[in-house]
Unconditional design. Structure first.
Length: 249
């Protein structure tokens, strides 16, 4: 699954799944633009990629800011080492968990803006470049909880379910131009976001997973790399579940 000659933009790349996706795409030969709010962590990631012979550059970005999104995409395309964007991985996401009857409107808005609206903004900004070159891969990171719901995560589940609908709509809009749009739906993955959960919750979650283990960011990155490659050229509008069998059907 060589990605040599391809240029990828990964949002939320400073840690967790986004960071691992950036490393994997670079390993497979892509030139990678990594974006997030934490410039220091992005710089560390770029150093790690370049140390093993990859090519990457960091772009400080708040994906909720439309002007920043447009400026960042423009900067990537106008930078000689990039010159285009072939692959977009919409990974940026947050949680603000609370039972719906206690959830603050600000926490609802923040999660929807970061997890869903940002994907729309990034897709809208990269589409013209992809249409021009008649090739593109868009991969949205959704969640098993966008498929099955989760108590205390009405905002998160709604945002991730929205990403699935967005994925299918975009797939229909741009498929004729050789641009695919797919989603990856991780289950229980060991990241900083899940590290704060109680041991009891984790043990209960593992009991629901037929493979009997928590997933790793590498499991998700492998799925993303596949969907970004030519091997997945006839797959679009699809939700690829990476959940150890936690949800089937």
């Amino acid at each position: 699954m060589s990605l040599s000659g391809r240029v990828a933009l990964v949002t939320g790349a400073s840690q967790g799944i986004g960071r691992t996706c950036a490393l994997r795409l670079a390993k497979d030969g892509a030139t990678v633009a990594v974006a997030a709010r934490n410039q220091e962590k992005l710089n560390e990631l770029v150093a790690e990629i370049t140390a093993v012979g990859g090519t990457a550059a960091a772009f400080a970005l708040d994906v909720c800011d439309e002007d920043q999104v447009k400026a960042t995409v423009k900067a990537i395309i106008s930078t000689p080492q990039f010159g285009k964007i072939d692959i977009l991985v919409n990974n940026a996401g947050i949680t603000r968990d609370q039972l719906v009857m206690r959830m603050k409107r600000a926490d609802w808005d923040a999660v929807l803006q970061t997890n869903l609206t940002s994907a729309y903004l990034c897709i809208q900004s990269v589409i013209p470049s992809m249409l021009k070159q008649r090739w593109g891969r868009i991969v949205n990171i959704t969640s098993v909880f966008g498929q099955m719901g989760q108590a205390g995560q009405a905002n998160y589940s709604a945002s991730k379910a929205g990403l699935i609908g967005l994925t299918m709509a975009i797939a229909r809009e741009v498929g004729s131009r050789n641009i695919t749009c797919n989603a990856v739906a991780p289950g229980f993955i060991e990241t900083a976001m899940t590290a704060v959960l109680s041991d009891d919750f984790k043990q209960t979650a593992v009991k629901q997973i037929p493979l009997g283990r928590v997933g790793s960011p590498d499991d998700v990155a492998s799925a993303v790399a596949f969907l970004a490659s030519d091997d997945a050229s006839y797959i679009t509008g699809h939700v690829l579940s990476v959940n150890g069998g936690m949800l089937m059907g």
